[in-house]
Ligand binder design. Sequence first.
Ligand SMILES: NC(=O)c1ccc[n+]([C@@H]2O[C@H](COP(=O)([O-])OP(=O)(O)OC[C@H]3O[C@@H](n4cnc5c(N)ncnc54)[C@H](OP(=O)(O)O)[C@@H]3O)[C@@H](O)[C@H]2O)c1
Length: 266
Amino acid sequence: MTQSASPHDLSGRIAVVTGASRGIGEASARALDRAGARVVISGRTQSDLERVASTLTNDPVIVQADLSQPRSGTALAERILSEVGGIDILVNNAGIPMRRTPEQLTEDDVDAVFSINVRSLLMLTVGLGPSMIERGGGSIVNISSVAGLHGPIGRVAYAGTKGAVDAMTRALAADWGPQGVRVNSIAPGIITTAIWEESRNTVPGLIEQLEQGVALKRWGDSDDIADVVVFFASDASRYVTGETLAVDGGMARIGTAKVKLPEMED
Ligand SMILES: NC(=O)c1ccc[n+]([C@@H]2O[C@H](COP(=O)([O-])OP(=O)(O)OC[C@H]3O[C@@H](n4cnc5c(N)ncnc54)[C@H](OP(=O)(O)O)[C@@H]3O)[C@@H](O)[C@H]2O)c1
């Protein structure tokens, strides 16, 4: 009896991961490589990218880029296409946080967070999508955030970028569905990466308070997200498009505030 290939098998596919130099992007690049894909990794810091590439087994490609600059998404797409020809999987993961109250927020803050989290993400995607269509289809996985699903305090600009990512996910799924390109987003909850470093040090009690809002009562790690990236990248999710999946241990959509009703025992 012949064994049919696993729907998670990515052998022969070419994947791109932005923000692959650490955190969720690094874990996603490793997971895609383990599943058999050849992975193109991008980020600003060459030495970090080299460190990640040294852990990958399927002839990885490094394409360094700063996605904060105008036209950098388009330029990165062109460079990737000249390196590998065409791609099958795109993981739009690069992003920056922006913790500012409405009173603190400046035009420069808004430009900074929208340029990376939204503009470059979209222009990289429209630059690479046609190569997926030429190859008969593909999968785009956008990393958004639970911040785009609920109303986080003090993060209006960041939440706006992530809501935009989810909205673009649905719109592109409509545009490219007929050509076999699926587009989904993952909304991570609280994941232990460098993105939290500043808040950890400057907001007392933040870590513990956030954990209270998670049904599973723990922070996530980058592999918790990477495994879902592989699911969306692979044929295991072949009939799923335009979706946003919260991968948050039960945070965004579950109210876990502890309310004690009179008839409840301790
Ligand atoms: N961690 C969480 O709790 C959490 C929750 C919800 C959503 N997310 C989202 O998940 C994604 C990854 O976050 P993370 O937690 O893994 O963060 P991280 O550890 O800070 O990693 C961010 C990645 O993005 C790259 N990057 C940052 N600025 C860039 C720029 N201007 N141009 C190109 N690349 C840039 C970084 O590489 P270089 O600095 O070397 O360029 C790094 O590889 C982000 O989109 C974030 O919004 C994270």
